[in-house]
Design a protein around this ligand. Structure first.
Ligand code: FAD
Length: 293
């Protein structure tokens, strides 16, 4: 089913993001966690594409398995890093052939150790170019999502410039947006207002991740330059030496964050699960008591 059709049927969408497990042991763990998350009947799940365009086969295999064997509605991520236009369109044709109806189309990041993104000589320079090409070749075949950054993409000079570039993605055919992770809801609400002022009117699904370990804070800040609200930082600092309390603090905060987002008009929640289930199950089961699905 297309995500755009799900939007019409559901009051809110709840979706889970996975990445292909790196080895056999991780695959067993992954199977157990997907089993637990499936019981929550997510609106859709998404499968990330390997950083720098790596693990292409594993990504497609997992998408195929979840879509066709498990029977989930899958959104396949695809990046154009290191890929010619011809190859990218052939990959999308392949995804179509395995019944994928939903794509998250991205530019991607340069491979590790490389500072700047350089497009393939015959490739796409920006996500908007990929989106434009896919949407014009595969008219109405896919529901198409794109990424957005309430705290600005790290390469953009200003948030306003980033939003102008984002507008090219929706103009090219992106049906909806999913945000980079964030912890400060006010930043999301302000971002939405800026999008509306720029005449970007599609659904913007918040991407949420609970902090489950103290060591993650630095990683998340580095990854997306995200703002950690003082209240959350204080709560985490006071539990620093107690991993269980840190995890519960992260979960409780995410529950409050999701409730506030949904109560104020967010169309759903996209959970960055990191292939784990415990925190996401607890958050989802708590918020569904308060919020119509
Ligand atoms: C929801 C989500 C899912 C993701 N999933 C994956 C994944 O599965 N695999 C993976 O490797 N990465 C993933 N990423 C990370 C993403 O690949 C990186 O953030 C990447 O650096 C940017 O990708 P993009 O599609 O946003 O690029 P773009 O939209 O092309 O933007 C990248 C930068 O270029 C600028 N820009 C865009 N268009 C123009 C233009 N026409 N002229 C000048 N500048 C322009 C933008 O302002 C921005 O600074 C994801 C990110 C998000 C938010």
């Amino acid at each position: 089913m297309k995500i755009t059709d799900i939007f019409e049927l559901a009051t809110h969408t709840f979706s889970f993001e996975f990445f292909p497990p790196k080895d056999e042991i991780a695959a067993v763990d992954f199977g157990v966690n997907v089993g637990k998350l499936m019981k929550l009947s997510p609106s859709f799940v998404s499968v990330t594409y390997g950083a720098g365009g790596s693990n292409r086969e594993r990504n497609f295999d997992l998408v195929n398995y979840l879509q066709n064997k498990v029977g989930l509605t899958v959104m396949a991520h695809y990046t154009c890093v290191g890929t010619s236009k011809e190859k990218a369109l052939a990959d999308i044709e392949h995804l179509k052939s395995i019944n994928v109806e939903n794509l998250m189309l991205l530019r991607g990041d340069p491979p590790k150790g490389v500072d700047n993104f350089t497009p393939h000589p015959d490739g796409f320079a920006h996500a908007s170019d990929l989106i434009e090409s896919v949407c014009s070749k595969f008219k109405n075949v896919f529901s198409t999502g794109a990424g957005c950054y309430p705290e600005k993409h790290p390469e953009a000079d200003t948030l306003d410039a980033d939003i102008q570039n984002l507008k090219e993605k929706t103009a090219a055919g992106a049906d909806f947006l999913v945000t980079q992770l964030f912890f400060n809801n006010q930043i999301y609400f302000d971002f939405l207002e800026k999008l509306r002022n720029a005449d970007i009117r599609c659904r913007v699904i918040p991407g949420i991740i609970p902090i489950t370990a103290y060591s993650q804070i630095e990683r998340f800040v580095k990854l997306s330059n995200t703002n950690i609200p003082e209240e959350l930082a204080d709560r985490l600092n006071s539990s620093k030496d107690n991993p269980k309390r840190v995890m519960q603090t992260g979960i409780d905060f995410a529950i409050e964050q999701c409730r506030e987002l949904l109560a104020n008009g967010a169309p759903g929640i996209h959970f960055y699960t990191l292939n784990k289930s415990g925190a996401t199950v607890e958050i989802y089961e708590t918020i569904r008591k308060y919020v119509p699905i």
